[in-house]
Design a protein around this ligand. Structure first.
Ligand code: SF4
Length: 246
């Protein structure tokens, strides 16, 4: 395994080292089941320096359950953009309680940024990329500041920019882990059933991918699961996964 310099200041050499570490982890862990990969990363490779970033959306309970079974004190970061469905906030609280998560963090956008750029709460219409930058990307930058690695729930089957998704990748000077990258929708369903996990209350109403209320629509039969996100805009990601975002 490449030498870990996570406490070094950001530098070209740290960027290179992060890419090398990600490639090596990908090579060494590509065959592991998702839960085993998580266990290894949480307890051996990045103990105390890795966080799960979760939207508490329609499929989030799978990773949250896996992580809770390994270590309930794992930091879980939930980006509270201020524009979420009330159902999501209540689901977050109920699910975190049920799984016994003890380190749930909900960073919010800075009040001064919102007052300056989104005083009417309509920035999502004028400039959704800027709205996501204020409400999601910047709070995540702050929340991940002390971590070397983070875990996401992205899957290749969700399409778009996620089609060729590795399980471990470099994200600037951080390692980004996508344990469910190769899971299919059926795998998610099976896991929910096997572990009797509660569903997001909006899923039964046709919301298959759930983000902010103004930018989330129902998904029709035959559409991609993320087709309801930013419907009508040339936008398919909030920006936290774009290269150089963090
Ligand atoms: S998803 Fe929509 S409301 Fe939420 S931060 Fe992005 S543009 Fe703003």
């Amino acid at each position: 395994m490449a030498k870990d310099l996570s406490d070094s200041p950001q530098s070209p050499s740290l960027l290179r080292l992060t890419r090398a570490t990600a490639a090596e982890l990908q090579r060494r862990t590509g065959f592991l089941p998702a839960a085993d990969l998580l266990s290894m990363l949480l307890t051996e490779v990045f103990p105390g320096r890795i966080a799960l970033v979760s939207s508490f959306g329609a499929e989030s309970a799978v990773l949250l359950h896996m992580v809770a079974r390994i270590d309930r004190a794992t930091p879980v970061i939930f980006l509270d953009s201020g524009r979420l469905f009330g159902e999501t906030l209540r689901y977050r609280d109920a699910l975190a309680d049920r799984l016994g998560l003890t380190d749930l963090r909900s960073p919010a956008p800075r009040a001064e940024d919102l007052a300056r750029e989104d005083p009417d709460h309509l920035l999502f219409r004028r400039d959704p990329d800027r709205c996501c930058a204020l409400r999601k990307v910047e709070p995540l930058q702050r929340a991940l500041g002390g971590f070397r690695a983070w875990i996401t729930g992205r899957k290749a089957y969700q399409g778009g920019q996620r089609t060729a998704l590795p399980r471990v990748e470099a994200d600037g000077t951080k390692i980004k882990v996508n344990p469910l990258a190769d899971w299919r929708r059926d795998d998610i369903e099976d896991y929910f059933l096997q572990h009797e996990l509660p569903r997001h209350p909006l899923e039964a109403d046709g919301y298959l991918s759930i983000g902010c209320m103004p930018c989330t629509d129902r998904v029709a039969l035959g559409e991609d699961v993320r087709a309801g996100r930013w419907r009508g805009f040339a936008k398919s990601e909030c920006g936290i996964h774009l290269p150089g975002a963090l």
